[in-house]
Design a protein around this ligand. Sequence first.
Ligand code: GCB
Length: 616
Amino acid sequence: MKKLNVFLLLTINCLFFAQAQNDLITNTQGRETISLNGTWYYIIDPYDTGFYNYRFKERNEDDKGAYWNEPKLESKTEWTEHDYKEPNQINVPGDWNSQDRIFAYYEGSVWYQRDFDMPEMEPNEELYLYFGAVNYEAHVYLNGKKIGMHKGGFTPFNFKIPTEILKDTANYLVVRVDNKRHSEEIPTLNTDWWNYGGITRDVKLIVTPKQFIQQYHLQLDENQDIVSGQKKKRYQIKGWLKFNETVKDAAVTLKIPELKLEKEFLVSGDSLNLAFEVKKLNLWSTHDPKLYDVNLTIGNHTLKDKIGFRKIEVDGEKIMLNGKQIFLRGISLHEEIPQDVRRAHSKKDAKQLFKWAQDLNANMVRLAHYPHNEYMPRVADSLGVLLWTEIPVYWTINFGSKEVLEKAQTQLKEMISRDRNRASVIIWSVGNETPVSETRTEFMSTLVKDAKKLDPSRLVSAALEVGYSAGVNNVDDPLGEFTDIVSLNEYLGWYTGLPDACRTAKWETKYKKPFFISETGAGAKGGFHDVKEMRFSEEYQEWYYKEQINMFKNRFPDNFAGLSPWILADFRSPRRNNPDFQEGWNRKGLIDNEGNKKLAFFVLKNYYQELKQIQE
Ligand code: GCB
């Protein structure tokens, strides 16, 4: 391959220089990429000195004191007050908190720096810089020029690199990462999880042709009937492609080799809707998570993916997968590897978490409370685990603010764009335990409508809180009008009463929709044993699960459609400061922070085993 002439690139690309942030490029795993993972340098900057001058004004681009500029000392009289040097090195991807004690409780700005050489590229090819996620705010600079910024700690973003600023070697890449919490952000100031900072997911360069498919989806058309156990003669597939720019008379080829399918579409414009039929399709399911190789080609550029085709829908009070009722034997989890006290970020991490979930006989996982890294839905696709995935609209955010709503809408769009080709994802959740008020219901129902508009093929929900009146637990939150399933967090026996309160509890749901328990749980310190009445003993948690399960079996309404108890493993939380039992951990895990299964794990496992036998 020929090295691209920088002058040539300059003429081709000067038009794009003004364009800062581009729409998300999805499926980076199926594209030509160069990893920028590895060791980066860092500077901790609690006063944002690298960003603001001494009058607290944003520094000029060429300010020598700006931390995006490389200090170059040409004589002994010159000096610098920043530089990127050993031993200040940090791993990417990864949260900073777990990498060095000085970061353990840090919230603020950290500057990351590394060099990269320009990859081999053909004339006309372009380069994008992609981040899987940076928590929370990222400002990105290359060779002293700002190329973009992004807010939102759990969704991906990318910038086109203006080629006129690219050098052949030693491109000086700097990212200011700021994880300070703010009342007007999503999430807001208080959550029950650790605010891990850093470049927490993969970073890569993406080499693209001038015209390419930026986003797409391909799925079973949700408008066809699927009847369980009946093979159809023909299945309708629908899809949509979006190009990075308007194309004229271009040919797009779609191939699914296993189905002997090859279709060509002529396209002029910036997007294309597809609809066609296939025969003999094996639907993706929890028993048979069948994925098909899919190749999409425009010009001589092919994008590869593995896609499963399935239908998820609600039929009255039931959740149906491929026309068959399914009870969701779920478990909630945070994106955390407890035994390493860090964020999860790799395929290996995803495998560990799903292995634990499958040991529990679960067929579903709630990815709480924010979009998890992309390995999670990909591994779930390959294992046949169903997923609930959610944006961090959590507790009491500023529901009256239009700007806050827009931030939530952006995160929702980024989450859906990234994961909508994953058959495992069946539920988009727009938030968790938001307090009932008219303003909040307006805010939340806007998100529900957005999700449905962006993706009419999946279910939309949100975790609601239980209402209590005249001795009855009521599921009557007005947001339930808008969601496809009514999901509820309840802690009867932990936050209210003792576990045996479940024996007399009454439950009513106003909604004739599937009723799902999105959380229930109790704390226990792994290895701590006592009588069952003793809080934080494994016996208490075991008792709690036994009583809850009896309640589900005997006292729950008929529309009970599944549960995802809180939570698979202990997780770090700054709110949990009981020195005997918590030490900064939320102890509601069924697995402790060293990876040991607690007694309650086996209670839930047995319940799921019974359900599995009835169901399958
Ligand atoms: C909840 C929250 C979850 C907390 C959990 C708890 O209702 O949704 O984020 O961690 O309770 O442990 O209190």
